[in-house]
Design a binder for this molecule. Structure first.
Ligand SMILES: *Cc1c(COP(=O)(O)O)cnc(C)c1O
Length: 411
């Protein structure tokens, strides 16, 4: 078994999160000195961080409107509510995603309809169309899970043909593009997360972007703007709010000025950080391609991806040997996650753990793909040497486990 003390010392590089830039620390300190941690003031919000963050984020991603909220899950829930999703409605989503996504659907008292993933971790578009027909669902909450961007031309075509509204979960794709268009701008609404393991870090936080004034107004009112919605940054005109003010509840899911202050200086860093993440991803990817028994999901040429984790498949090992492989990696300071585990571990639950949705769907293609799927984090500070060390650790652990079996059939 692992020795926790030892292991935690060596685990540090891969579990590391990005620290807050000095400008963010100073802005946060100024907010604390002023005491104005709440985003709304009695007499306007000029210069206040949450409103400025909304303007800057909207400008960065070229959306008309942006609404800062408490979390990525909060952004997705508010997106669904702003679209009028309510009890008993069905919402399409990817079977390969993480717990906040079906959670946002459950929060809206709706039912997820799960769509299969392909062997390359994308939306299975044929299954999407079949599920649209079967379920009659009008909304697809598409999760660009682990930064794998589905064939968005095909997804949009199916959604357009069936009148399905597309909401993007961009928790793993801030700064990534499909065919030159940033994710979050490919559907009606884009949702982002600023939890510490994402591309911008405020501990907690989220953002909803859209070009639709009525959706933006409803999202702002739902997020809990009291009657202070005109203090928002990238917001629609006052007249739009008049259509919704008295019919929209305040759900108190706001972002604080403190979180916004920490986030604002991270926006200008995004392009360079994205380039670094992509480079580290590709360095590790090339090394993994040289490991016997490992394959990787194939990317579409139109995907301009940004990843702070890398995914790979290990040849079908029985659960015992898989566990031995993972333990061995962890002991040597390279925590690898496995999506095929029978029980959820850490962040990595699968659709089989979301039993509150009712009867579990039959998703054989997703099961097959997840069974061999592994995942390793890529902190921004990783050095090329650490990339090599990590992959050679994986290589040694895997070859040991493979050779310990009598029958190992190469793929
Ligand atoms: C992190 C994450 C979210 C949002 O999570 P919050 O913790 O609510 O900010 C949404 N989708 C995926 C796939 C995620 O990993």
């Amino acid at each position: 078994m692992t020795k926790p003390d030892d292991a935690s010392k060596r685990l540090r590089p891969l579990s590391e999160v990005e620290s807050i830039p000095q400008a963010g620390i100073e802005a946060a300190t100024a907010v604390m000195r002023s005491g104005q941690l709440f985003r709304y003031g009695e007499f306007g919000s000029d210069g206040q961080p949450a409103a400025r963050l909304e303007e800057e984020f909207a400008a960065h991603i070229a959306s008309r409107y942006a609404v800062a909220v408490n979390s990525g899950g909060g952004a997705m829930f508010l997106a669904l509510r702003a679209l009028g999703v309510g009890p008993g409605d069905r919402v399409l989503t990817n079977a390969f995603t993480l717990a906040p996504v079906p959670g946002a659907i459950a929060h809206a008292n709706a039912e997820p309809v799960m769509v299969e993933c392909t062997p390359d971790l994308k939306t299975d578009v044929a299954d999407l169309e079949a599920k649209v027909r079967e379920s009659g669902a009008r909304i697809f909450l598409l999760s660009h899970m682990r930064g794998h961007i589905s064939d968005m031309d095909a997804v949009r075509e199916v959604c357009g043909r069936h009148g399905v509204t597309l909401v993007e979960d961009c928790a793993h794709t801030l700064e990534a593009c499909w065919n030159g268009v940033p994710t979050g701008r490919l559907g009606e609404i884009g949702c982002f997360s600023f939890q510490s393991f994402k591309h911008m870090n405020a501990g907690e936080g989220g953002m909803l972007v859209t070009d639709d004034p009525d959706i933006a107004a409803r999202a702002i009112l739902l997020s809990g703007s009291y009657m202070l919605h005109l203090q928002h940054g990238a917001r629609p005109d006052a007249a739009v709010f008049e259509r919704h003010t008295y019919t929209t509840p305040n759900l108190s899911m706001r972002m604080s000025n403190l979180a916004a202050a920490v986030l604002r200086p991270q926006i200008p860093l995004l392009p360079e950080r994205a380039a670094t993440w992509r480079r580290l991803h590709d360095v590790i990817g090339d090394l993994l391609d040289g490991v016997e028994g490992v394959t990787r999901p194939v990317r579409h040429p139109r995907e301009d991806y940004v990843c702070n984790a890398i995914q790979f498949f290990v040849e079908d090992l029985d659960p015992g040997r898989m566990t031995a492989f993972l333990n061995r990696c962890a002991e040597e300071g390279v925590p690898v996650k496995w999506f095929g585990a029978a029980e959820p571990v850490g962040f990595t639950s699968t659709y089989r753990s979301w039993r509150y949705v009712g009867e579990l769907p039959d998703l054989p293609a997703t099961d097959r793909t997840l069974r061999c799927l592994c995942d390793m984090r890529i902190p921004l500070g990783l050095t090329d040497t650490e990339c090599r060390t990590s992959v050679s650790t994986i290589d040694r652990a895997l070859q040991d486990v493979r050779s310990s079996s009598r029958v190992s059939s190469p793929r």
